[in-house]
Design a protein around this ligand. Structure first.
Ligand code: 4NP
Length: 157
């Protein structure tokens, strides 16, 4: 199994959106039996909480399942458990380095560093723009799936 973890500050806006979107792409590519998808926060603020209403409504608008999205916090052991640990912004990356004790490890990177944007995913908790977040995360997730397919020589069988 290839295990993917998306990480943001609260695990109620961006990383659950990435989890739902990426799981949808994985299922549509028939890779469900090869790739697992999860998300977590660097903070403990929203453990056990459902996603933000803005994240739920935009996912529903695009007919992406929101099943099983529940707030959790990344822990040190997750470094061993996951093959790709993907932060939404640079402060997430700094916090993931601290929590895992693995600074600059290549399995930890920022989502949009896989695209030509090379920037943070803006936090809709503050911007209120869930559409912008959706568009950027969707672009980043497509690049991520390509990267994983290449790195693991996956086909659709
Ligand atoms: P997220 O956004 O990191 O994309 O889930 C936030 C969610 C909650 C808070 C901040 C950012 N908060 O302050 O509770």
């Amino acid at each position: 199994m290839i295990n993917v973890l998306f990480v943001c500050l609260g695990n109620i806006c961006r990383s659950p959106m990435a989890e739902a979107l990426f799981r949808d792409m994985v299922e549509k590519e028939n890779l469900k039996n090869k790739i697992t998808v999860a998300s977590a926060a660097t903070s403990s603020w929203h453990i056990g909480d459902p996603p933000h209403s803005g994240t739920l409504s935009i996912l529903k608008q695009y007919s992406i399942s929101t099943e099983g999205l529940i707030g959790s916090q990344i822990k040190k052991d997750d470094f061993e458990k996951y093959d790709y640990i993907i932060g939404m912004d640079q402060s997430n990356i700094t916090n993931i380095y601290k929590i895992t004790g693995q600074p600059n490890h290549p399995k930890i990177f920022r989502l949009l560093d896989l695209t030509e944007d090379n920037k943070d995913v803006p936090d809709p908790y503050y911007t209120g723009d869930f559409q912008e977040t959706y568009d950027l995360i969707s672009k980043g997730c497509r690049s991520l799936l390509k990267k994983i397919v290449i790195e693991h020589h996956l086909n659709n069988n």
